[in-house]
Design a protein around this ligand. Structure first.
Ligand SMILES: Nc1ncnc2c1ncn2[C@@H]1O[C@H](COP(=O)(O)OP(=O)(O)OP(=O)(O)O)[C@@H](O)[C@H]1O
Ligand SMILES: [Mg+2]
Length: 334
């Protein structure tokens, strides 16, 4: 950690949420604002061009509000952190270019942050700072992997999805159940009214500690096709509960195996799927020390980017003007 970094202004624009936060090195979140773009719902997915344009419109206001909410002026900020990748390149470029320009004009250092490291680093924030070593499940809209985390920056991948991300499995399941996009949270809610044992869904385990979610999605599609006419409304909640239960069981089983393989009996979770009620409950039943971050720090947010930044060497003005965002890959994983 740089001795000069006490207060960080963080920016996150890797997908369709325009996020800014002020975080201090003790892990306290002073503000954490998210302007969610609702424009994509009717298209059934994020439209990259629309996302970039909305970030452009919203970002300056969101950053100003994050500073105001934290009661911090730009002069009191020690560095600007921003997500460099992975994500939608146009969306990333808006946030990253804005951060470079803001830091440069204010004479501040810039900290480029990997989005997936951010999901891991959400665990270093209050209300309870959870320090490595731990096994971390990152399950989000575009990624699902298990990591061995030994320090505050970087991690070793123990296993990852071979097809869809767990968030995609939730979103595709939700779409089939008529719950809109992104439907993970809606499916979670509907599942709470259904019977998780009503319908049998396949659990798939591939590789050593890898995941596969394409089979369960297809299974839901066929179960829906096989429903007698008029039965959809009455079957919906049971389908949601059983589907969710199978996805969560696959995730939790792998966490359990990762704990056994590594001998690290401390578990953390991150990414949007870590907001899922059943997953949050199941991990606490593992019988090991567990960190479950508040939901607002699981789905995309800038506080996690600020948290990650404290463990990264900042770039001084003049060192970052040429730096570019990256759409895929996560260079800090080994
Ligand atoms: N309660 C919930 N239950 C299940 N899934 C959820 C819940 N809340 C959010 N999700 C899912 O989390 C995902 C969004 O997570 P996140 O914001 O981290 O993804 P992303 O940033 O788009 O993807 P990535 O982090 O891989 O780039 C969506 O797929 C959404 O449906
Ligand atoms: Mg994310």
């Amino acid at each position: 950690m740089s001795a000069d970094m006490r207060t960080i202004l963080a920016i996150e624009t890797s997908c369709d949420d325009t996020c800014a936060a002020v975080v201090t090195e003790d892990g306290v979140v002073h503000s954490n604002l998210i302007a969610s773009q609702m424009d994509h719902d009717r298209f059934g997915g994020v439209v990259p061009e629309v996302a970039s344009r909305r970030h452009l419109e919203l970002l300056d206001g969101v950053v100003g509000a994050a500073l105001a909410d934290a009661d911090v002026s730009l002069a009191e900020v020690d560095a600007v952190a921003a997500t460099r990748g992975p994500g939608l390149i146009g969306a990333l470029l808006v946030g990253f270019s804005y951060a470079k320009a803001l830091a440069s004009t204010a004479g501040l250092p810039l900290v480029p942050v990997d989005h997936l490291q951010g999901h891991v680093s959400a665990n270093f924030l209050h209300p309870s700072v959870f320090d490595p070593p731990f096994v971390c499940l990152v399950a989000s809209g575009g990624h699902t992997f298990l990591a061995r985390v030994e320090q505050r920056h970087g991690y070793e991948i123990l296993g990852a999805t071979t097809d869809d991300a767990a968030g995609e499995a939730f979103d595709k399941g939700a779409r089939l159940l008529g719950l809109g996009y992104p439907g993970g949270a809606a499916l979670d809610q509907l599942a709470s009214t259904g019977d998780a044992n009503a319908i049998d869904f396949p659990r798939t385990y591939v590789g050593d500690l890898d995941f596969s979610f394409s089979g369960i999605k297809t299974s839901l599609l066929y179960k829906l096709k096989a429903l007698p006419d008029g039965d959809f409304e009455s079957a919906k909640a049971d389908l949601a509960a059983s589907y969710q239960s199978a996805v969560v069981e696959m995730l939790v089983k792998r966490i359990e195996q990762a704990v056994q393989r590594t001998g690290i009996d401390r578990v953390a979770i991150g990414g949007g799927v870590a907001a899922n009620s059943l997953l949050r409950r199941r991990v606490t039943e593992l019988g090991v020390e567990v960190k479950v971050p508040p939901r607002s720090l699981c789905t995309d947010n800038a506080a996690m980017i600020g948290s990650a930044a404290f463990a990264i060497s900042p770039l001084q003005p003049g060192q970052y003007s040429e730096l570019d965002a990256y759409p895929s890959g996560s260079p800090i994983a080994v």
